[in-house]
Design a protein around this ligand. Structure first.
Ligand code: SF4
Ligand code: MG
Length: 328
């Protein structure tokens, strides 16, 4: 398998300025040392509660935001500190789809203008050719080409998300970062958009990073899934393995909230107590220990290593330490 994107020990900290004299306190560790690869043609899911750092990860690896530390490689090129001029070229190959398409579509522009803009920025085609490309792209995402003359408010939420997808696709990118693309849509519309994304993936050989806050949406679309908690990856594996054999206590709790279609399969609901701690002041040891129902003494003092416990299955939890026995 070819890695299209490689993220190594990525950190994104936000400085916090406080008080009258701007004494800076602890930075917010939005993303704290995560590593993963996304293979060409796959859909990699990044899942976790809001504030866990998944959106920041997406924005940082697209270089919409500068990483604090670590490295990002895209198509075998180190893009960690590319200057803005080169980034612009790169963005042709990596595009984003947002949760709220309405907020990301300029209400005063026609769909034609919205979709034509990236083509103009990248100096693609004549005006006539661009108009034709826009019409064709609208049809590719299942909309009428004549809709080019309309404004965003004239569309339903699902149609607007199709426009958002058309805008992301019009430059013919390799990687699409989709940040909760269906979270704001009705359940019935969600599956239409997910099916469209799957079809487009095949048609255009796309690679997806799919960000979501719950595991139910991710299962049907993702090949592999990474689970994030408080800025870190706690578990990562093929989707089926994560669903059928979750290992990290946090993943188990998240999964226990996902309804199972088969009523004969029973899964006990695990309710987590307590709030997610502040990323400016994360707990010592395992950052999940304040909410973990399996917490041991070692968890409060020692950060668990993120390690491969089965081929391709990574977990950060002392329950899976190779060397030490886990029952003491
Ligand atoms: Fe729970 Fe300890 Fe594992 Fe953290 S390391 S998830 S506290 S058992
Ligand atoms: Mg988010």
């Amino acid at each position: 398998k070819n890695a299209l994107l490689k993220v190594n020990n990525l950190k994104k900290y936000f400085p916090v300025e406080e008080g009258l004299f701007s004494i800076s306190s602890n930075p917010v560790k939005a993303v704290d040392d995560i590593s993963f690869e996304i293979y060409e043609g796959e859909t990699f899911g990044l899942v976790g509660e809001s504030g866990c750092g998944k959106s920041t990860t997406g924005r940082t690896l697209m270089r919409l935001s500068d990483p604090t530390d670590g490295s990002i490689e895209f198509k075998d090129q180190n893009i960690t500190s590319l200057p803005e001029r080169k980034l612009r070229k790169l963005r042709k190959h990596m595009q984003m789809i947002f949760q709220d398409p309405f907020a990301s579509l300029n209400p005063r522009h026609t769909v034609e203008k919205i979709l034509e803009e990236p083509l103009i920025v990248h100096k693609i085609g004549t005006k006539k050719e661009r108009k034709k490309m826009v019409r064709e792209m609208l049809e590719v995402v299942g909309l009428n080409g004549d809709y080019a003359k309309r404004y965003p408010h004239q569309f339903s939420g699902g149609q607007r998300q199709r426009i958002g997808i058309a805008r992301a696709l019009i430059l013919n990118p390799n990687l699409i970062v989709a940040d909760e693309p269906v979270s704001a849509l009705d359940v019935s519309i969600q599956s239409q958009i997910l099916n469209l994304m799957k079809d487009l993936q095949k048609k255009f050989n796309l690679t997806y990073l799919f960000i979501a806050h719950d595991l139910s949406v991710v299962r049907h679309i993702c090949d592999r899934v990474g689970v994030m908690y408080l800025g870190g990856l706690v578990e990562m594996s093929e989707s089926d393995k994560v669903y059928e054999n979750p290992k990290h206590p946090y993943t188990k709790a998240l999964l226990s909230a996902v309804p199972i279609p088969n009523p004969e399969v029973k899964r006990e609901r695990i309710l987590l107590t307590g709030d997610v701690p502040s990323p400016a002041n994360p707990p010592n040891g395992c950052v999940f220990h304040t909410r973990c129902y399996e917490c041991m003494d070692i968890c409060k003092v020692e950060k668990p290593k993120y390690q491969e416990v089965e081929p391709g299955h990574y977990v950060a939890c002392h329950l899976f330490n190779e060397k030490e026995p886990t029952d003491k």
